[in-house]
Design a protein around this ligand. Structure first.
Ligand SMILES: [Zn+2]
Length: 470
């Protein structure tokens, strides 16, 4: 008996070509038990109220550190002085053999406020109901943070050989000022020096109404926010006697010129690939159009169909949305000043100065003053031909047979450019299979929740990615 049990693993290991040493080290993972543990830990994390403002991320960081300490993974609470009272970043590292560069898993501890009266459950009670864990942050993004954590713990407990260290980072303040990520990168670039890859939010999967993934969209790029305020000064007077010095019509004329302007359509290489990838989901003639987007955009019927999708429209061009106006708050008063604010989102390769010059040319009125409210972050575009992308592809296809993996451009902003600035290849990845309607409602909205099946799926998916990328 003893001889057989010793020989059996040796023989099977040789047969399938895995070095005996590596194979012998990996212990089986009890997935159902891990799923229960994940659910419990996420519930406890949701109960740590990290609504921003004020954030209170220090409590979240302490919560995570206690788990990491217990598992024997060295963790540090950082930047408490720089971030202010009650705030912190957390950093931990699971050591590998160092033969390859590290991979980092990053999430934000803070959550947006929840209007409890609009929820069907207490947003911070982490209630389990109808197969879901309900609570603020379950999707954005404590759920992901705990999926990162549990995938890392599963690897540690399995004893698998790690060629890459796994770095675990939790940041403060992503939802408001992004100070957590910014301070972390400024003060601790040394901790990130050997990090080659980084995974955080900013991915977007397409999931059908039955919960089946059509594609996993890896966020490889994002638009750059470039907010402007336009101001016209005038001379205040009474509304009953019109004057040429009323700033309001002058501002309105300027805004009208901007609103009427159509930004050129310009597919970047990543966006071009995205359309080619998803073409398979459509019948002809749409399939043909998407397969060659640049040609299709020159054909009126195809162009109209493509641009009717607000997401597609937004990734094909710089976009300009007029969003705010101020003039007089009294009907009979001509105000001394009128202002408008404009939400501009640039393609990653767009030069902001060129855009500003274009707006000034369009307006053609020196009385209109432009002010940049939010300078654009570092452009975010990442290469796709990488070991991490291939690891995600392999894990995605095996997790959901029939699905494919493609490249998404995010139209909103994340902390990723802050890390990308260090040269780290930074992908947005959503490890869950959340139908669009559900994520639309839950993220920043009411009744945010994650299904327990999804939570389990996310841990396994991330675990597979982390194993594949070694
Ligand atoms: Zn988020």
């Amino acid at each position: 008996m003893r001889r057989h049990t010793l020989l059996a693993p040796l023989v099977s290991a040789l047969l399938i070509g895995i070095p005996l040493e590596a194979r012998a080290q990996v212990r089986n993972i009890d997935w159902p038990a891990l799923a229960r543990e994940t659910q419990q830990i996420l519930a406890d994390y949701v109960r740590v109220n990290t609504t921003n403002p004020p954030g209170n991320e220090l409590a979240g960081a302490r919560f995570l550190k206690a788990i990491l300490d217990r598992e024997g993974i060295e963790a540090q609470i950082l930047d408490t002085v720089e971030l202010g009272a009650g705030r912190a970043n957390l950093y931990a590292r699971l050591k590998g053999n160092g033969s390859k560069k590290a991979i980092a898993l990053v999430h934000h501890i803070d959550v947006v406020p929840a209007a409890a009266s609009y929820w069907s459950v207490d947003p911070y009670a982490a209630v389990v109901k109808d197969g879901y864990l309900w609570g603020r942050g379950t999707l954005d993004m404590k759920g992901q943070g705990i999926a990162h954590l549990m995938a890392m713990l599963a690897i540690k407990r399995s004893g698998a050989t790690l060629n890459r260290d796994i770095v675990y980072i939790a940041n403060a303040d992503e939802e408001l000022g992004s100070t957590g990520g910014i301070v972390f990168v400024q003060r601790h670039a040394d901790l990130l020096r050997d990090v080659e890859y980084l995974i955080t939010e900013g991915g977007d999967n397409q999931v059908d109404s039955t919960g089946k993934v059509q594609y996993f969209g890896v966020g490889v790029a994002e638009k750059r926010t470039f907010w402007q305020r336009l101001t016209v000064k005038g001379i205040p007077s009474h509304g009953s006697r019109p004057t040429p010095h009323n700033p309001v019509p002058r501002l309105v004329a300027a805004l009208h010129k901007i609103a009427s302007y159509e930004t050129p359509l310009r597919p970047t290489p990543g966006v071009d690939k995205f359309f080619r990838d998803i073409a398979r989901l459509y019948p002809e003639p749409q399939r043909g159009w998407l397969s060659n987007i640049s040609v299709a955009l020159k054909e009126p019927r195809a162009r109209e169909w493509i641009l009717s999708d607000v997401y597609w429209n937004a990734i094909l061009r710089n976009t300009i949305s007029l969003t705010g106006l101020t003039g007089s708050d009294k009907t009979n008063v001509i105000p001394p000043e009128a202002t408008g604010v404009v939400d501009i989102r640039l393609l990653p390769d767009q030069d902001p100065d060129e855009m500003l010059a274009l707006l000034k040319r369009l307006v053609a009125d020196t009385a209109v003053k432009f002010e940049t409210l939010l300078a654009p972050k570092t452009p975010l575009e990442n290469p796709v031909d990488t070991d991490l992308f291939r690891a995600i592809e392999k894990a995605g296809v095996s997790a959901e047979p029939g699905a494919f993996v493609t490249t998404r451009m995010l139209t909103a902003a994340t902390d990723r450019p802050t890390y990308r600035k260090l040269g780290i290849i930074t992908y947005g990845l959503d490890p869950f299979r959340v139908p669009a309607a559900e994520s639309q409602r839950g993220m920043h909205g009411n009744d945010e929740r994650i299904s327990l099946g999804n939570l389990d799926f996310g841990v396994r998916f991330l675990y597979a990615i982390l194993r594949n990328v070694q």
